[in-house]
Design a protein around this ligand. Structure first.
Ligand code: PMT
Length: 415
C-alpha cells in the first residue's frame, strides 16, 4: 500500500466514468485509489464504454462494474446492496458536458445519473472537454446549478486537447484529483488561519555557473503547505528552487533563489499571517564577492579561497516582530539535536521548534519520510517516529492547534 498519509484508506469510492477521451486516464485513478487502501466501485455510462471497457476497470478495482440500469450483481461481493448505500464519496471522472447538464437538470435515465442524484455522500465532478464547450454559457450555468445544489467540482487544466486544439479542458492530474478527494474528507479546523510556509533550499552564487546550496528537496515544507490548505487554512508558500510540482493550485506560491530574496519575500508577506512555519533550509553564508564571470583555474594552483559573509537570519528577524503570531522553526541538526533545537527556540522567540536529525539516513533531506521531535516553549517534547512527511505535517499542525487552543483559554480567562 502507498505509504502516503491518506484519508482514503478503507473508504468506499464510487467512480463514475462518462464518454470522454480522458476516460482511459480513470484507470490510473482507480489504481491509485486501491493503492491507498480504498475500495473502488466503478459505474460506466453507455458512452464511456465506447472509450474503455468494463473488464479493464473490473480487473483494476477487483469489483464488478455497473453499467446497466437494471443490472443485477448476482454472485458479486456487493450482492443486492445498492452501491450508493456503501459509498463514502462519488467521483465522476471524466465529467462530460452531457453528464453535467443531465444531473444539473434532474435527468436520471441511467445507472450513473440515478445514483448521483440518489446518493447522500459528496459527489465530485471532474470535467474534461473541448475548451469552447467548457466556456459555453450552458455548461457554466449547469455547473453553477450543481454547486448551488451542494455538488463538488474541479476546474479542468490547460494544455493540448485531444480534439487538436489547445486551451482549458484537460482532465486535472491524478494527483490533483486525489488531493481534492482527500480535501473533501478532511475537517476544516484551520479555516480561520492564514499560514506562511517556507520550503526548500536557498542558493548563493559564487559565479554565473556555480553556487552554494544544500540538500533540501522542499518535500517537508510542501507537505506542511498542502496539509494546512487541506485543513482549511489560507496558505502562502515561499519556496527556494525545487523539482516538485506545486503542492496545490489554490495557494499563493512565491519562488525565490537566494536567502536575501527569501528574507524580502517573507518580510513582505508575513504581516497578515497568523502562523509562520519555516521549513526552508536557508544558507547561513553567501559569497562576499560574487564573480560576474566564471572563475577560471589559475595555473597549477590546487586550491581556491572564497570569502563568505553572513546571510540574514530570517527566523530571528521574525522572532523580533512576531507580536501574537505563532512562529515555528525547524532545527536541522547532526549532533546534540535537542540542546541545539532548544537554544534556537529560545534565541529566535519561537512557539514551537521541530527538531530533526539530518545525519540519520532515510529521513530529513530529500526523503519522503521524516522523524521529528516537536518542542514547545515550556520544554515539553513530543517525539514523532518515522512517518511520511504528509503525516508529520499533519501532526505538526495538530501541535499548532494546541498552541492556538491554549491561547484561547488564556484570552477567555482574561475576560
Ligand atoms: O526539504 P526536505 O528535503 O524535505 O528536507 C527537510 C528539512 C531537513 C530541510 C527540514 O525538515 C528542516 O529541518 N528544515 C530546516 C533547515 C534549517 O535550515 O535548519 P537550521 O537549524 O539551520 O535553521 C533553524 C531555523 O532557522 C529553520 O527554521 C530555518 O528555516 C531558519 N533560518 C536559518 C538560517 C537563516 N539564515 N535564516 C532562517 O530563517
Amino acid at each position: 500500500m502507498d505509504k502516503k498519509f491518506t484519508m482514503l484508506k478503507n473508504k468506499a469510492i464510487i467512480i463514475g466514468i462518462t464518454g470522454g477521451i480522458a476516460a482511459f486516464k480513470t484507470a490510473e485513478l482507480v489504481r491509485a485509489l486501491t493503492k491507498r487502501g480504498a475500495s473502488v466501485h466503478v459505474v460506466m455510462t453507455k458512452n464511456a464504454m465506447e472509450f474503455v471497457t468494463p473488464l479493464t476497470f473490473q480487473t483494476i478495482s477487483g469489483n464488478p462494474v455497473a453499467h446497466e440500469m437494471f443490472q443485477l450483481f448476482s454472485g458479486s461481493k456487493i450482492g443486492h446492496i445498492v452501491l450508493s448505500d456503501i459509498a463514502d464519496q462519488m467521483v465522476i471522472v471524466p465529467a462530460t458536458a452531457n453528464i453535467i447538464g443531465k444531473i444539473a437538470n434532474g435527468i436520471a435515465d441511467d445507472f450513473l445519473t440515478t445514483m448521483a442524484m440518489a446518493t447522500t455522500v459528496p459527489v465530485l465532478f471532474v470535467p474534461s472537454m473541448n475548451t469552447k464547450m467548457w466556456e459555453s454559457k450552458m455548461v457554466q450555468a449547469n455547473l453553477q446549478k450543481l454547486k448551488d445544489a451542494g455538488y463538488e467540482s474541479m476546474e479542468p487544466g490547460s494544455g493540448d486537447l485531444a480534439c487538436g486544439t489547445s486551451g482549458r479542458g484537460r482532465l486535472p492530474t491524478i494527483e490533483e484529483i486525489l488531493e481534492k478527494m482527500e480535501d473533501i474528507f478532511t475537517d476544516k479546523d484551520l479555516v480561520n488561519e492564514r499560514i506562511l510556509v517556507t520550503a526548500g533550499p536557498t542558493m548563493e552564487f559564487i559565479d554565473p555557473v556555480r553556487c552554494i546550496t544544500n540538500r533540501s528537496s522542499g518535500k517537508m515544507g510542501y507537505a506542511v503547505a498542502k496539509i494546512a490548505r487541506r485543513r482549511g487554512a489560507e496558505v502562502i508558500l515561499i519556496t527556494g528552487k525545487t523539482y516538485l510540482p506545486p503542492p496545490r493550485t489554490d495557494m499563493e506560491i512565491i519562488e525565490v533563489t537566494t536567502a536575501w530574496e527569501m528574507r524580502d519575500a517573507v518580510m513582505e508577506h508575513y504581516k497578515p499571517c497568523t502562523i509562520i512555519i519555516k521549513a526552508a533550509a536557508v544558507a547561513d553564508f553567501r559569497c562576499k564577492n560574487e564573480n560576474c564571470q566564471k572563475i577560471k583555474k589559475k595555473g597549477d594552483s590546487s586550491s581556491i579561497s572564497l570569502e563568505l559573509e553572513k546571510n540574514p537570519d530570517i527566523l530571528a528577524e521574525l522572532g523580533k516582530v512576531k507580536e501574537n503570531r505563532i512562529l515555528i522553526g525547524f532545527a536541522a541538526e547532526t549532533e546534540n539535536v535537542f540542546d541545539h533545537a532548544i537554544e534556537k527556540l529560545k534565541k529566535k522567540h519561537l512557539d514551537l521548534i521541530i527538531a530533526n536529525n539530518v545525519a540519520q539516513s532515510g529521513i530529513g533531506f530529500g526523503s519522503d519520510n521524516n522523524e521529528v521531535t516537536i518542542i514547545d516553549k515550556s520544554g515539553s517534547m513530543k517525539h514523532v517516529p518515522i512517518l511520511s512527511k504528509d503525516e508529520i505535517a499533519n501532526i505538526i499542525l495538530d501541535s499548532v492547534k494546541k498552541v492556538l487552543k491554549k491561547r484561547k483559554v488564556v484570552e477567555d480567562d482574561w475576560y
